[in-house]
Design a protein around this ligand. Structure first.
Ligand code: OAD
Length: 228
């Protein structure tokens, strides 16, 4: 079976009703990144950070996977599919994808500020005073700016073995995620689906300037037909 690696960003969840970060009216237009998504912001104003993620978590529980998430599951019938997502939502999992690596953490998990390996599922609001078993404050299980990306080595391992790469709905502006392309073997086809695609410096890139639902549906049809 051929290996397909799919790198997704906020754009794949846009048609489910989750805002992207950098489009006009995106999340970062209304928020100062360093205030709500950095260790310094957390030190300065824990409540503000908790509020930001509480609102995101509530929204996530009200939306559903869209046709793009669902079409990627179809690929598993003929390919070994690994999804590497920058998204902290769980829409790939809810759609039914079996192998999902979250580079930037998961909104429906929290972790101890004492022991970063003490991670638990969390679906309600997270408040000041919600402690781990060692009596340390819990924080969102999300990678903030300036923090390490512990899943990056795993993502590199996966993308190095890819026979086909799909990139969907990402501005490719955030590192190290964007650097994953450097690990794709020479001449491996890269399909990039995004209505407003960033320029990529790879010759074997096929750019599909469409929204995820339409672009992925067409591409999945093509790949399924081509595979023996
Ligand atoms: P961005 O907001 O930077 O980019 C979203 C991309 O989605 C853009 O290229 C849009 O053109 C595209 N897009 C919009 N609607 C779409 C649709 N319907 N179908 C397909 N694509 C669409 O989001 P990311 O690249 O995911 O990190 O951002 C990367 C990281 O920056 C995030 O994971 C987050 C953020 O800061 C952290 O919080 C650590």
């Amino acid at each position: 079976m051929q290996n397909i690696v799919v790198l997704t960003g906020a754009g794949i969840s846009a048609e489910s009703g989750i805002k992207t970060f950098r489009d006009s009216d995106g999340l970062w237009e209304g928020h100062d990144i360093m205030e709500v998504a950095s260790p310094i912001g957390w030190e300065r104003n824990q409540e503000k950070v908790l509020d930001f993620y509480n609102i995101r978590r509530k929204q996530l529980l009200q939306v559903h996977p869209n046709a793009a998430h669902i079409a990627l599951v179809e690929l598993e019938k003929k390919f070994n599919v690994n999804i590497i997502t920058q998204n902290i939502d769980d829409l790939h999992e809810r759609a039914g994808s079996s192998k999902v690596t979250h580079l930037h953490g998961e909104l429906l998990k929290v972790r101890s500020t004492f022991d970063e390996d003490l991670i638990m599922d969390w679906r309600k609001d997270l408040n000041s005073g919600d402690f781990c078993e060692h009596h340390y404050q819990l924080r969102p299980h999300v990678v903030w700016f300036g923090e390490a990306v512990p899943m990056f080595p795993k993502a590199v391992d996966l993308i190095e073995k890819a026979d086909i790469v799909l990139i969907v709905g990402t501005s490719m502006q955030v590192y190290p995620a964007a650097a994953l392309l450097d690990y794709v073997e020479f001449n491996i086809p890269i399909y990039f689906i995004d209505p407003n695609p960033a320029p990529l410096s790879r010759s074997s890139t096929y750019v599909i300037s469409q929204k995820a639902t339409k672009g992925i549906a067409d591409l999945v049809n093509k790949l399924m037909k081509e595979s023996v």
